[in-house]
Unconditional design. Structure first.
Lengths: 188, 188
DNA sequence: CGTGTCATGTAATCAGTTACATGATTCA
DNA sequence: TGAATCATGTAACTGATTACATGACACG
């Protein structure tokens, strides 16, 4: 089991850079960890409550005018410790489920055009992603130059870059392979 | 939503090569799609029942001596159609959750040795995986040479190869980056 | 006047894992 | 004698998504 029951840590992590409301946390994850970690409100708010009941965070209601009151959460001592401990624990392997590979695995049961379609779609998607990563990388380097956390942020971006590039190479290679299969079958 | 509610299709897919019991299906997925799709008994058996009640598969109880009776499922016409339709549908993007990246993202909050540890572990893991893939590739090519589905099976293996190689490159690069950070901080 | 932002939350639902339960047979 | 294989299933639990509900203000 991995990536399960870990929502708490993404929240504690975001709070480690200062107190935030649930709404703020959502915003932050959307603009920073979005491409490898997402949270929904339906999970976020109940989890914050649970964390508070466990003493890992503490909250304060901030009355506001003109806009809804906000409940601001901050990390407690035990919360910070729990987070640090989790950081050092080995990463658990996640159960994999890849729908694209499942479809390709059974690709012989459909016209070749079907598999080609899936591969072309993923190819296009990786090109998009690579563009996005490049943009974020430039933005980070200019906006947060010298920030002590920058090297770590760039590392997660580099992951995305390598990953997308690999899928790009793989899909091109596979499309070429498909063309051969189609030729032999006289399909297409 | 992706890779969710898709268990049914992995089952239908496996059944498309002939009737099988729940136990057989588990075995087959373990030896073929294991590295991108896993099923647990707790999910498999109830799903088979559901598929039967929907008319996508039909079952027959086979009494056996010396060993437990088995219930053998086979694909029905509607089942085969449902599977083919799903094959052609575009792959949905899955919500991503990557614990390793989450830990690295917050890496500045722990000693550098922590991040190094995570990277070294994943590096070692990819080396193992690459070995496994190579072995399976050789086995497939010799054992199933000429099989019409072989090109598709090899495609999924190639995915694994590209993916692992990318993570390998990325982790090496990141470890080098970490060494620089450590130097500047005088840590290590 | 409609859309987007700010802001919090609940309820219904879903998918899936883990652990448990049973029990004969075969093999080392 | 103990473990592995064959074989099917249920129950408890967990984690998370989606949709729903509310409501003021700002901006074009």
């Amino acid at each position: 089991m991995s990536e399960r029951g870990k929502s708490r840590y993404s929240i504690l992590g975001v709070l480690s850079s200062g107190p935030k409301s649930g709404y703020d946390i959502k915003k932050m994850t959307e603009s920073s960890t979005a491409h490898f970690w997402a949270e929904s409100y339906g999970n976020l708010y109940p989890t914050l409550r649970r964390l508070e009941s466990e003493g890992l965070v503490a909250s304060q209601l901030l009355p506001q005018e003109g806009r809804p009151d906000k409940r601001v959460y901050r990390l407690t001592g035990p919360g910070r410790n729990a987070f640090r401990e989790w950081l050092a624990e080995p990463v658990e392997e996640a159960p994999v489920r890849n729908e694209l590979l499942l479809k390709l695995f059974f690709g012989a049961q459909a016209p070749i055009a079907v598999s080609r379609y899936h591969l072309e779609r993923i190819r296009a998607r990786q090109l998009e992603l690579l563009e996005t990563y490049r943009g974020v990388e430039r933005w980070l380097a200019s906006e947060h130059a010298g920030h002590p956390e920058l090297p770590f942020w760039l590392m997660t971006l580099a992951y995305g870059r390598h990953h997308s590039q690999a899928l790009l190479d793989w899909s091109s290679e596979s499309l070429a392979g498909l063309a051969n299969v189609a030729e032999q079958k006289g399909e297409d």
